[in-house]
Design a protein around this ligand. Structure first.
Ligand SMILES: NC(=O)c1ccc[n+]([C@@H]2O[C@H](COP(=O)([O-])OP(=O)(O)OC[C@H]3O[C@@H](n4cnc5c(N)ncnc54)[C@H](OP(=O)(O)O)[C@@H]3O)[C@@H](O)[C@H]2O)c1
Length: 335
């Protein structure tokens, strides 16, 4: 007799106040029901933890609905089909989905996206060739980053930043990055080919940015907000462009923070600041995959990741994003 699969998954136990803690989450065991016709069972090999999930843990409407207390969290995942009663998939197929934060799940085929096993490790589909890679690519296209631009990227050693910087280099830009440790700075300079990189924790961002870009910058790729945004506004050149991608320095604030004191630079320098939401770019996914997977296969683009093992470590991995514990994409290996 076949036994049903016991699944471990992570639920939101309470809404975090400030930096999330373990007590905001609960690991639960659930028995999966037998598979029905036109259903597929997937074992997740890797799941993603992402800064945007912090926003979904708050109450209130945003561009994605909030997570609900007592419900299993969701997010990017890549796994393999272990049982199929649907014609679209067979056992062994690799798929990506939005059913992360769990070891196994049952789904209809239309919620699954087939991915090629020819590209390894499969976690690349959560990073360079997945949502964060698409974000990096979309950001550069959003403000038409071109050869000769001087671009500054904050959060540069993370998933989005490290790909954005490498893609900007491939476009012929001068690339400057900031990150939170000397090890990350070394990674940016030596492995990602950044022209300059600095540690924002060891001195004022503005001073370090002025040293790295004495003639100013044309583009700022903002992953961080706060002081990095303020510094960038100060050194932008006339008609500079800002990609408003993220503001991780503010995600755990319990009180709203004042905006940049020097916002009037927008006017005097005729700047443009454009908001980016990666979901708006899904219709260009094929174009992205063709271009970026090409660079990846040719060895022109490095996929860096930090791998944490086991679903019982997924919450630590998530909290670690806000403590700079990852270099490249933070992923959780489940099997
Ligand atoms: N708009 C969109 O559609 C979209 C899509 C994906 C991601 N994003 C945003 O893009 C940004 C990067 O995302 P990601 O997935 O690539 O994450 P990530 O950069 O791989 O991971 C987060 C990194 O943020 C840095 N960080 C944490 N707290 C910070 C603080 N208080 N000040 C400055 N830096 C801090 C840490 O690096 P350090 O060691 O350098 O501090 C950490 O490693 C996030 O803001 C995210 O929300 C936006």
């Amino acid at each position: 007799m076949m036994t049903n699969t016991i699944n471990r998954e992570i639920q939101l136990a309470s809404r975090p106040n400030g930096l999330p803690t373990q007590s905001n989450f609960k690991l639960v065991k659930k028995e999966l029901p037998p598979l029905q016709d036109n259903e597929v069972m997937v074992r997740n090999l890797f799941m993603s933890v992402d800064p945007y999930m912090r926003g979904r843990m708050n109450e209130g409407k945003s561009y994605v609905p909030p997570f609900e207390i007592g419900k299993t969290l969701e997010g990017g995942a890549v796994g393999e089909v272990v049982e199929s009663r649907a014609k679209e998939f067979k056992v062994g197929d690799a798929v990506s989905s939005s059913f992360g934060w769990r070891e196994y799940f049952i789904s209809s085929p239309k919620s699954l996206h087939p991915v090629s096993r020819a590209i390894q490790p499969l976690s690349v589909y959560l990073g360079t060739l997945g949502m964060t890679g698409l974000t990096a690519w979309a950001g550069l296209n959003l403000v038409e980053v071109k050869s000769g631009d001087v671009i500054y990227i904050s959060g540069a050693a993370g998933a989005v930043g490290s790909v954005a910087g490498q893609l900007a280099k491939l476009r012929g830009c001068t690339v400057i990055g900031s990150a939170g440790s000397m090890e990350k700075v070394k990674f940016l300079r030596e492995e990602c080919g950044f022209n300059a990189a600095f540690n924002y924790k060891t001195g004022p961002i503005l001073e370090q940015l002025k040293l790295a870009a004495p003639e100013g910058i044309d583009v700022y790729f903002d992953n961080v907000g706060g002081q990095a945004l303020e510094a960038a506004l100060s050194v932008m050149r006339l008609h500079g462009r800002i990609i408003a991608c993220g503001g991780i320095s503010n995600y755990n604030n319990t009180k709203p923070q004042p905006g940049p004191a020097n916002l009037f630079n927008m006017t005097t320098k005729r700047l443009t600041m454009k908001g980016l939401i990666v979901m708006d770019w899904l219709d260009r996914q094929n174009e992205f995959e063709k271009e970026v997977a090409g660079y990846f296969r040719e060895g022109k683009l490095k996929h860096k990741e930090t791998v944490v093992e086991g679903i019982d470590k997924a919450v630590d991995a998530f909290i670690g994003l806000f403590q700079g514990e990852n270099m490249g994409k933070m992923v959780v290996k489940l099997f």
